[in-house]
Structures are given as C-alpha cells and as structure tokens.
Design a protein around this ligand. Structure first.
Ligand code: FE2
Ligand code: FE2
Length: 361
C-alpha cells in the first residue's frame, strides 16, 4: 500500500526500544541448533533421520544473515552432530570422520546456496521498496502542493486547513487509529477544502451576501475536491471519499449526498467537527472570530443533529485539556456566537450558512 507520510511537526516522537531483531534472530538460531541436537540424541544418535532437522536453523540463518551466517551455522550444526555424537546411542557406536564430515559439507553447501538466494531476494525486495518509497514521496509532494494551492487561493483562511489537519490527528489518536489511518486522516483533513480551487474567486472572496447560485457553487467544493483527487490517482480514492463527505451532517441534512449517521465515513465525521470549530474560532473577512468556549458550546448543541454525538465529547476533552491548535490573535474584533445565532437570519453570516447548512425550522 502506498503511504503518505505525515510531516514530522504533527507526529509524536517514537523511541526505539527492545533488543535488535538481529540479536533475537541469533538467539533463535542458537536455540534451534541446541534443540535439534537434543532431539537427535533422544532419537537414538546421529544415524537418526532427525539429524536432517539441522537444515531448519541453517535456513533461518540464511534468511537472517545470508550466506556467511548460514555457513557458520552449518559448520556449528555439523560439529554438533559430529565426532562427539554417537551414531547410535544405544550401542555406543561412533561415527566415522567421513560420515560427519560429509554431513557437515552438505550443511555448508546448503547454507551457502540458501544464503545466496536470500541475498538476491532481499536485493529485489529493497529495489521494490525503494520504488515504493519514491512513489510515496512523490505522492506526499503532490498532496502538499495541492494543500499549498488551496491556501494560496483562499488567503483569508490561511492556516485553516493545517489546523484542521493537526486537530483531526489529535482526535484520531484519541480514537486509537493506526499509523496508516492517521496518515489518511491527516491528508484528508489537510485537503478537505481542495475543491475550493474550482470555485470562482469572486465568490470565494466575496465579503457580502451570496446569491442562491453562488451558494450552490460553494457547496460543490467537496465534490470538486474528491474528483480532483480521484483524477490524480486511484490510490487517492480513500482521501476522496473523506473529502467528499466533510459537509455531511449526522441528521442527513448536509451536502452533497445527504448521508446520515454511520453512513458518513468516520474520517469525514471527524473532519466535520474539527472544521466547524476551526472555522468559527477563526476570523473571516465577513466576521470576527467566535470565542472557543462558545464554538465548543455550538458543537455540543449540534451533537446528534449536525455532528456525530460520540465524537463531540472526545473533541471537547481535547479542548479542555488545552491540546487543540487554535487560530492566532484575530485581526477582526471577536463577536459572540449569539451574533451569528442560527435562528437569526439577519446576523447569521451567509458564508456560515452556505458551508454549514442548518435544517430550516
Ligand atoms: Fe469545506
Ligand atoms: Fe474548511
């Protein structure tokens, strides 16, 4: 699977712990050689068919340490089943030098061949991994460029997508997401408004009231963004799915598809919460920022109608713990949420209504 790395600034530091895999491998090989020797003695001596089990630790050594390691284990294994090991423990009959030396030679040749095959396989694997890494890096650059394009295009919301991505990661971490899920969440959140690059600038930056046609144009941005991502690569389909649904509502009154409840992708439900919080607490050309406390209260009110009721309390915990990344000091004077009350058509900003539609009462 192609992965898109999350920039280091957003990642938690990971520390290396525990024994190195090579040392663990060496221990396993040694234990296996000792086990085979014990089995061979218990089975009646070096003449037993169980002496062939020594090929297993040699094979393991070939896989872990290639030819040199495998040959060393083959020699050790050959000696272990060598002069000191009777041919038959019951009669005390000893092996001839030719018997144990020829067995050891077989082990050594097998170890050398298996080690060489392992080396070739590893080289092939590294070449494939290197290509995958390059592709992954290219994807990361493409996605970063797209994110930058959105920000350049929509200057007044500068930092919005980055903060939405960061805070979404926090919520995803709280939900116990795996690293690959977090990467998907990060990029979906960063690019959630990608489709705005297809919305005419005169609409996007218009400070006044929008016409019905202009609203409908803005509402197309989730679909535009998803289509753009899908057109770049089928690998971006999961991102596109999350981007397409970021303005859906829990009660089904959102857009573009009117999905409801669990049918809205989880990533989109996360982004929806973080996006609205970030949008409300940020200054816009057509209004000032809303205090975070009030924005949080708005989310709580919308839990179960606009937002996933199970996610909102988790987001609130992050807010209360002071973990969220918030917009900087606003340029415009702060306004109260009551000034943009959803029941107050006069004061409710047209942009808020366009982006975060509310069911008509
Ligand atoms: Fe959006
Ligand atoms: Fe947004």
């Amino acid at each position: 699977m192609i992965r898109w790395a999350v920039p280091r600034a957003h990642r938690a530091d990971t520390k290396r712990t525990g024994l190195s895999l090579r040392w663990l491998g060496a221990l396993a090989v040694t234990a296996l050689v000792a086990l085979v020797a014990t089995v061979v003695i218990a089975a009646g001596g070096a003449g037993s068919a169980y002496s062939q089990l020594m090929y297993f630790p040699i094979l393991l050594a070939a896989w872990l340490f290639t030819a040199p390691g495998a040959v060393i284990v083959a020699l050790v294994g050959g000696l272990t089943l060598g002069p000191l090991m009777p041919l038959n423990t019951a009669t005390g009959e000893l092996q001839t030098a030719a018997q144990w030396l020829s067995r050891m030679a077989f082990f050594a040749v097998f170890g050398a061949l298996a080690g060489q095959a392992s080396r070739m396989f590893n080289r092939r694997l590294m070449a494939v991994e290197s290509k995958a890494d390059r592709l992954s890096e290219m994807y990361t650059r493409v996605l970063s460029s797209l994110a930058l394009t959105v920000e350049v295009r929509d200057e007044p919301t500068k930092g919005h997508c980055e903060r939405v991505a960061h805070n979404s990661l926090l919520l995803g971490t709280e939900l116990g997401f795996s690293e690959s899920q977090l990467e998907l969440l990060y990029w979906s959140a960063l690019l959630h408004d990608l489709g705005k690059i297809a919305v005419p600038e005169r609409i996007l930056l218009k400070p006044g009231t929008l016409t019905a046609e202009e609203y409908s144009q803005i509402k197309r941005h989730p679909g535009y963004g998803a289509e753009l991502l899908e057109s770049i690569s089928p690998d971006f389909a999961p991102l596109a799915e999350a981007v397409r649904a970021h303005h859906e509502r829990w009660d089904g009154a959102g857009y573009p598809l009117g999905l409801s409840g669990d049918r809205i992708p989880l990533l989109s439900r996360i982004i929806a919460i973080v996006d609205v919080f970030e949008a409300l607490t940020s200054a816009r050309p057509y209004r000032g920022p809303i205090p975070a406390e009030q924005a949080m209260a708005y989310l709580s009110e919308g839990a179960g109608s606009q937002f996933d009721p199970q996610l909102v309390p988790l987001f609130e915990q992050l807010y209360q713990a002071g973990k969220l990344r918030l917009a900087g000091v606003p340029a415009a004077p702060a306004v109260s949420l009551s000034d943009v009350s959803l029941s107050d058509d006069r004061a409710l900003t047209e942009r808020d209504r366009a982006l975060y539609p509310v069911k008509a009462n």
